[in-house]
Structures are given as C-alpha cells and as structure tokens.
Design a protein around this ligand. Structure first.
Ligand SMILES: [Cu+2]
Length: 346
C-alpha cells in the first residue's frame, strides 16, 4: 500500500500551491452552492481569507449547525465540487483538507422522503475521489466509483428511507479520505412528519489526525495516528469546541431537535446532553419509532440518530460524547437556553 506516502506527497504539493489554491476553493464553493441552488449552508461563501472557514480578520467562522431549508421539487440537484482546501480545525490550527464543496464537513443536504436526488461530483482535487451516500440504495460499483481529477460523475437515487445519513468519499484508503474531511450529512424528512420541533440542528462528529501541530504550517494527515485511532482533535462540524464559543440557542420550553451523524472515520459517539434527558431518541435514525427519556445513545461511526430535548430551565447545557476522551479533544458544544450569560467548564 502506497497510500500514506501518496498522501504526504499530496500534502507537500498542496502546500506549495498554498494560498491561491485555497482562495480558489472559496470561489468554487460559491459556484457549487449556486449551481446546486443551495441555501446559504456554506458559511465559507465569498470569504476573502486563504483559509476556507476563517474571515479576513482572522476569526474562525462557525459551521452553521442550523438545519437548512427543505429542498423543493421532485428532483433535487446537488453539485459537490471537490477542492483541496485549507481549514482551521481548532484555534490557530490549520489543516490541508479535501473539501466537498469548499468545507469540511461538506454542506448539509435536506430533502423529503420520496424525492429524487441527482448528485454530481466534480473533482477539482489532485487525486481520484468519489462520493458514497448512505441514504441511497444503488449499485456502489457504478455510482460510487472513483472520479479522476478534472472529471465529474453524476448519479440519481431516490431518498426512499427517512433519517439522517452520512455521505463520504469512498476512495481507497477510505480511512484517509474521511480523515481528510470528505464527509457530510443528508437529512431525509419522513413523509409522515415528526412531532413539531422549535429548533433543529445538525451535528457531525469526526476525528482529525495531524502530522504536525498545524500552527505555523498547515498539518496534513498522519496515517499512522489514523490507523492507531489516536486523534489530535474530535469535533462537532469540523472544529474543536466551536459551539462552546458560539453556542447553539433555544428558548426555555422549546423542543430542540438534533440530527446527529458520526462520520468517524473510527470513533463512535455516545451522545449525551449534560443537565437534561433526551425526551425522544430515534436510535440509528430509524424514524418509525423512538425511545423516550434516555440519557445517552450510541451513534456509531457511519451512523446517525435523531434526538429531541425540551429544556425548561434557562442555562448552558453541554452536548458531548460521553466517551470523554473525545470531549477532551474537542467534541463539546453548548446549548444556551434562555440567552444566559457566563461560560461552562465542560
Ligand atoms: Cu476522496
């Protein structure tokens, strides 16, 4: 297997290409989002910074966790333009990622059960990539095949199963492609609506494995750490602790719905919200039935789940994986109920 070396070589190449490449990525994202008719899910849109999720003033721009609007029409066109990009994954820590549509994770796609999804992947990266939608029932050797640089692939599937699903690059070694940021979530609303929710958020957990500290020069993948499952960071939506600094919000008494995907590549997420109990848990994102009043629910790598929580008492409620090594590495966010001040130690 030559992949680790190949990966390092690409990292070096991309490092040399540097700023111009990353700046082009921001533009490509704008085009991709426009082509897809996507709502403003891409917070990186029109960012002049060389780093996809950092503003011109150097501030990290949180990934928008809010569930984007439902896409309309019988056929939903999604165009993912893969680019090699630089992202910030923790305060001051840069990483050379492979981004679906300009970010890591890629954009959240929101459709309704029964809609058709026409997926186009354009590979503007330097090596072959692909895209595997867990929401699809389709021959993977045809639909999920590798796309060479400069080429595109298109396939259509019916979103026949409701839930929240991972999508990801399936090119070998998949471990490296997922670890480099090639993943995202698609929400498939059921034909029969779920109970009403006042707020809806999408959270994707994932690990990052770095070959350096990423401070002066961007890090690339350490395949050794990835194989050993020794991550440097574990994140919600690609950035360590981003919703501690910029908490998600709710009013007291709101029903808040979390659509959760664990992108891995290797760790599971034990989803838990400190200070409350999950009112409803659609385990494994099977939306035909839910468990009531549970404390912690497993979201396996490559899986999803949906959680409703209703919190009456104002406060800061951390959402975590109760596998606390992950929290220590960044997998923690806050739900601020009632716009309270202060911070939280978790
Ligand atoms: Cu890939």
């Amino acid at each position: 297997m030559t992949q680790p070396e190949e990966s390092a070589t690409n990292g070096a190449r991309r490092r040399r290409r540097g700023v111009a490449c990353a700046a082009a990525a921001a533009g490509a994202l704008a085009l991709a989002a426009a082509a897809a008719g996507a709502p403003a899910g891409g917070h990186q849109l029109a960012q002049p910074s060389a780093v996809a999720n950092v503003s011109a003033t150097g501030a990290h721009i949180p990934f928008p966790a809010k569930l984007p609007p439902l896409r309309q029409g019988a056929l939903v066109k999604v165009h993912l333009v893969l680019k090699d990009i630089e992202v910030e994954i923790a305060p001051g820590v840069k990483y050379l990622a492979w981004g679906f549509a300009g970010g890591a994770p890629g954009p959240v796609i929101h459709v309704r059960q029964g809609q058709k999804v026409q997926l186009t992947l354009t590979n503007n990266g330097m090596i072959p990539h692909s895209v595997d939608f867990h929401a699809a029932r389709i021959a993977p050797n045809v639909a999920f095949k590798d796309v060479n640089p400069g080429k595109s692939i298109r396939y259509t599937f019916t979103a026949g199963d409701a839930g929240v699903f991972m999508y990801h690059c399936g090119t070998k070694p998949v471990l490296a492609h997922i670890a480099n940021g090639m993943y995202g979530a698609i929400v498939v609303e059921p034909t029969t609506p779920l109970p009403k929710a006042d707020r809806e958020y999408v959270l994707v957990s994932s690990e990052w494995y770095l070959n350096g500290d990423g401070l002066k020069t961007p890090a690339t993948l350490s395949m050794g750490k990835a194989r050993a499952v020794q991550p440097d960071f574990v994140t919600w939506n690609g950035y360590a602790g981003q919703y501690v600094k910029a908490p998600l919000t709710a009013d007291p008494g709101d029903t808040v719905r979390f659509w959760v995907v664990d992108a891995g590549p290797s760790l599971n997420t034990a989803f838990h919200i400190v200070g409350t109990i999950l009112n409803r848990a659609w385990v494994n994102a099977d939306l035909t039935q839910y468990e009531r009043n549970v404390q912690t629910v497993l979201v396996p790598a490559g899986g999803g789940a949906v959680f409703d929580v209703k919190i009456d008492e104002p406060g800061l409620y951390p959402f975590v994986s109760h596998s606390f090594a992950s929290v220590d590495l960044g997998l923690v966010g806050l739900l601020n109920v009632g716009n309270v001040g202060g911070t939280m130690s978790h």
